[in-house]
Design a protein around this ligand. Structure first.
Ligand code: SF4
Ligand code: SF4
Length: 60
């Protein structure tokens, strides 16, 4: 059985640095705050790498 985790958003600073890095459409912004759709996220970690504020956190 697959044991994939998911990305959570903690303390997004609305900097916009993660805009456009998500290729699956899982990462969107509401009033500037990042949100992740776990159904679409493939755990590529691009958003985690690009966030300068460590606001995107992988939990397994
Ligand atoms: S881990 Fe990848 S697929 Fe998931 S939200 Fe971040 S950039 Fe998108
Ligand atoms: S890069 Fe990080 S702090 Fe900036 S908008 Fe994205 S999640 Fe928020």
């Amino acid at each position: 059985m697959e044991t994939a985790g998911f990305i959570i958003v903690l303390g997004c600073k609305k900097c916009g640095k993660c805009d456009g890095v998500c290729e699956t459409g899982a990462l969107t912004h509401v009033d500037g705050i990042a949100m992740v759709d776990h159904e679409k996220c493939n755990l590529c970690m691009q958003c985690v790498k690009v966030c300068p504020n460590k606001a995107l956190v992988y939990l397994d």
